[in-house]
Design a protein around this ligand. Structure first.
Ligand code: BGC
Length: 270
């Protein structure tokens, strides 16, 4: 079954005049999100930690299409680098209206063998890094009295336990409680905080799975829609949550997973 997503040409212009920062924006889901926000009219800060060439190429692509973008290097688990990144965004754009906390990674270790260092590295980026960025973005939004939108890219593994990935699952579950608690604290400041929880989206992060026919078949059995998702299908939801169309949506966890969280084994009763 193929995806029916012809969003390339039809993106609405909901983010004209807005300023967005997307972390981990040089590849995978983050790359498509950054390009989508730019297509909807936002000025976009493209955060990356490695591979400046990929980020620079995106900036050129956006600028060539009449948009506005900058590339900003920062390891989001490093507080000083996060501060410098938000100062740069403020200096270039004058402020920030939307943050997409997308940067994250996973490594595989059975729980009995997981080194504490591997645990810490995943928590440092996937959870603490998201907190640092969300806090800095929210401070700018509150100070400017403009409000704004924060979208945290979580995962179906916020609720689906995943053998070999205890650190990643713990980080994503934690990220969603960060979403809800920040949403609660900042609602009166008009800062909306939501999560988008993707399922199996075809990106470099899971190439080992979709590149292997047997592993792919096993994965598809877990997805009621019987296909992997595409990055644009996540980006469309993120753009909506960043826009005023989602003005009354805060503290929500939006699954973009083809039904993966619906207990697929129960599809035929029994
Ligand atoms: C992971 C992918 C995985 C998907 C579904 C995501 O959070 O990053 O590697 O394919 O969840 O299990």
């Amino acid at each position: 079954m193929s995806a029916n997503i012809n969003q390339e040409q039809s993106a609405p212009q909901r983010l004209r005049g807005r300023r967005a920062l997307v972390t981990g924006a040089n590849s995978g889901i983050g790359r498509t999100i950054a390009l989508r926000l730019a297509r909807e009219g936002a000025a976009v800060a493209i955060n990356f930690v490695k591979n400046p060439a990929e980020a620079d190429e995106m900036v050129q692509e956006i600028v060539a299409q009449g948009g506005r973008a900058i590339a900003v290097q920062a390891d989001i688990s490093n507080e000083q680098q996060v501060d410098a990144m938000f100062e740069r965004a403020r200096a270039e754009f004058g402020g920030i209206d939307a943050l997409v906390n997308n940067a994250g990674f996973e490594t595989q270790h059975p729980i009995l063998e997981m080194p504490a260092d591997a645990w810490r590295k995943v928590l440092d980026v996937d959870l603490t890094g998201a907190f640092l960025c969300a806090q800095r973005a929210a401070r700018q939004m509150v100070e400017a009295k403009t409000g704004g939108a924060i979208v945290n890219i979580s995962s179906v593994h916020n609720v689906i336990p995943w053998g070999g990935f205890a650190h990643y699952c713990a980080a994503k579950a934690g990220l969603d409680m960060l979403t809800k608690t920040m949403a609660l604290e900042l609602a009166t400041e008009r800062v909306r905080v939501n999560s988008v929880a993707p399922g199996a989206i075809q990106t470099p992060i899971n190439q080992n799975v979709w590149g292997d026919p047997a592993m792919l078949q096993d994965l598809l059995r877990k997805i009621p829609s019987e296909r992997m998702g595409q990055t644009e299908e996540v980006a469309a939801c993120v753009a909506f949550l960043c826009s005023d169309e989602a003005s009354y949506v805060t503290g929500a966890i939006l699954y973009v997973d083809g039904g993966m969280t619906l207990y697929p084994e129960f599809r035929h009763g029994g």
